[in-house]
Design a protein around this ligand. Structure first.
Ligand code: AMP
Ligand code: GLY
Length: 422
């Protein structure tokens, strides 16, 4: 089988790497891929938004399965275009991906399906939103309803900040059209949890849970990023909590979509907060998390191709997955300045030394090869993953590996998984 992975981040590197290990897979292509995927796959110079070029390439190269990494092409309908051309593709259709691409719509669905989530109101008019936040005296969270690369959420501990966030999103249009509608919701408190599930339209298979670290600074300080590190499994995700999440959140939302004639097929990511009143949804995403993928997928012992293939062919019911019981910790190394503007082109050294450590794998995100050198080419540069006998051992090993790697200005948090270890 030939497989195409669309995207260029750390998530796509781990997807490509796990697919390349499958006995069924002869060759993996990545469009466009990065410096890491180039070593295990063939990088194809096609961007994820070039849907028709990707369809053409897939036909010409007789690709057996396409896997979409990022949300933007899913929300723009790449799956519908592949399906119209009769090409197998893993991911939800445009109408199902709206669960991520339109937060106001996702809230409506959650209310209709009685899925626990923060109390919220949606607004298209700045004046109405302003009047609403003026009447609140508790902390609010202001969210651009559309896609904003994980940066469109402002947590406002001081209710006065909610007005500034509204002005920024609705008047200054900081996130462009993504902020035409805003969702204003109550601030929840509690530990966060990322739950990834594979769904074939009807059957739901929940993967091992993980926890992301969104703020750039240690102790969860500073602005939110795409994610500075993740670990799996978090001890807070007990069996009882996981089955409650499946029963009260995943099943009703998938059934709710099915009843609307929008079957969900692909990866469903629930970003949750474990509040005193039980797990509540912060957001749904329509694809694998990044860097959650770099902590969860290295623990998957079963064949990833078989899982994705079964999903696309609506045969998930027959799948049973084997997991490595050892926990994994992934530490993201980013460019100095990230998530604000940063420089590129810094030479990266030491990856081979890091990967020589037992249980360590380095996933590339913003890297590219320039002749014989590997250089930085993005905000998040690497995801350094280590498995260990327990979480503390995995964390120690991950930081040993990080300390082998250098590039100018490398930015990373020293406290990934620290809260769980204590
Ligand atoms: P989202 O992209 O909606 O998951 O939001 C990004 C981050 O903002 C989350 O990971 C949380 O840390 C925070 N957040 C979002 N919604 C809320 C909420 N209702 N209460 C508290 N924090 C939130
Ligand atoms: N790590 C958060 C996300 O992938 O959305």
């Amino acid at each position: 089988m030939k497989v195409l992975v669309i995207g260029s981040g750390g998530r796509e590197h781990v997807l490509a790497e796990r697919l390349a290990r499958s006995d069924h897979v002869k060759k993996v292509f990545c469009a466009p891929g990065n410096g890491g995927t180039a070593a295990i796959a063939e990088n194809v110079p096609l961007e994820p938004d070039a849907h028709q070029d990707l369809v053409k390439f897939t036909k010409e190269c007789h690709i057996d399965l396409t896997v979409v990494g990022p949300e933007a092409p899913l929300c723009a309908g790449i799956v519908d275009q592949f399906q119209a051309a009769d090409l197998p593709i893993f991911g939800p259709t445009q109408s199902a991906a709206r669960l991520e691409g339109d937060k106001a719509y996702a809230k409506k669905l959650m209310h209709a399906a009685l899925v626990p989530t923060a109390e919220a109101r949606s607004f298209d008019r700045f004046e109405d939103a302003r009047t609403y936040v003026a009447t609140r005296d508790t902390p609010q969270v202001v969210k651009a309803s559309g896609l904003a690369a994980g940066k469109g959420v402002v947590v406002c501990d001081d209710p006065a900040d909610a007005l500034l966030a509204l002005e920024d999103i609705m008047l200054a249009r900081r996130f462009g059209d993504a902020g035409t509608t805003v969702v204003v919701e109550e601030k929840l408190t509690g530990p966060e949890l990322s739950v990834l599930a594979v769904v074939d339209g009807h059957t739901i298979y929940v993967l091992e849970p993980s926890q992301d670290h969104k703020p750039v600074g240690e102790g969860d300080t500073g602005p939110n990023t795409g994610g500075m590190g993740a670990y799996s499994p978090p001890p807070i995700a007990t069996e009882a909590i996981m089955s409650q999440i499946e029963r009260e959140i995943l099943v009703p939302i998938v059934n709710g979509l099915e009843c609307k004639g929008v079957p969900y097929c692909g990866l469903l990511y629930a970003g949750l907060m474990l509040t005193a009143a039980g797990p509540k949804v912060l957001e749904f995403n329509c694809r694998v998390g990044d860097p959650e993928a770099q902590a969860v997928l290295p623990r998957l012992r079963s064949d990833l191709f078989e899982l994705l293939h079964a999903t696309v062919h609506h045969q998930l019911e027959e799948v049973r997955l084997q997991w490595d019981p050892r926990p994994a910790v992934c530490v993201v190394m980013a460019s100095a300045g990230y998530p604000c503007p940063y420089e590129k082109g810094k030479e990266i050294r030491g990856i081979e030394t890091a990967e020589a450590l037992d249980g360590v794998k380095v996933y590339h995100a913003g890297t590219k090869r320039l002749e014989n050198r590997l250089v930085t080419s993005g905000g998040r540069v690497l995801g350094v993953t280590a498995l260990g006998d327990d979480l503390a051992a995995a964390q120690r090993r991950a930081y040993e590996a990080v300390d082998c790697i250098s590039f100018e200005g490398a930015l990373f948090r020293r406290d990934i998984a620290a809260r769980a270890i204590g």
